[in-house]
Design a protein around this ligand. Structure first.
Ligand code: HEC
Length: 161
């Protein structure tokens, strides 16, 4: 009889161990996720400082959507075709940049274009008449406009200086 009880107890003990080990496995994935959450937090903490730096250009940047914003916000100065000949640009000195000028635009990196458009001409040592658009356009919209400039206006990519 005693043997039976001690057998049962041993069984219970192992059953309990088994259950505990199952229990312990559950939090494991959560532990694995923890560093990811931390990275997110770190990203958020450095966000204010890096806000000056643009987000990386999205591979989904859409030139067609960029064109809509360009027509709405930029063409008054830069012209419908981007040549810098918009009605509001005629009297400006310096003239709004000819964005079809591939020689010049290809010297500007995507980040450099982003900064000038988001923060305005003065932020990149250019005329303050070129306004900053970060309050009017979202990051995605600015990247769409850059995609439009690259694919349809200058038809150029960044080649360095
Ligand atoms: C009020 C008129 C005006 C509007 C509106 C305007 N720009 Fe400009 N933009 C300028 C002027 C003027 C310059 C030339 C600055 C210089 O060369 O010093 C310029 C220059 C630029 C440049 C060249 C910057 C560089 O680094 O040399 C880009 C790119 C540009 N604009 C994009 C845009 C986009 C995109 C929009 C719309 C979201 C826009 N601009 C709206 C006036 C304007």
């Amino acid at each position: 009889m005693n043997t039976l009880i001690s057998w049962l107890m041993t069984l219970c003990f192992f059953a309990l161990l088994f259950l505990l080990s199952c229990e312990e496995e559950k939090p494991a994935p959560a532990k694995r996720e923890a560093p990811a959450v931390k990275t997110e937090e770190v990203k958020e903490t450095i966000e204010p400082e890096s806000a000056k730096l643009p987000a990386a250009p999205s591979p989904q940047a859409d030139p067609a959507m960029g064109k809509e914003k360009f027509t709405a916000f930029c063409s008054t100065c830069h012209g419908e075709s981007g040549k810098g000949d918009g009605p509001a640009g005629a009297a400006l000195e310096p003239k709004p940049r000819d964005l079809t000028d591939s020689v010049y635009i290809s010297t500007l990196s995507d980040d450099r274009l982003y900064k000038g458009i988001a923060e305005g001409g003065a932020s990149v040592g250019k005329s303050p008449i070129m306004p900053g658009w970060k309050n009017a356009l979202s990051k995605e919209e600015i990247w769409n406009v850059i995609a439009y400039i690259r694919t349809d206006l200058c038809k150029c990519s960044y080649t360095g200086n």
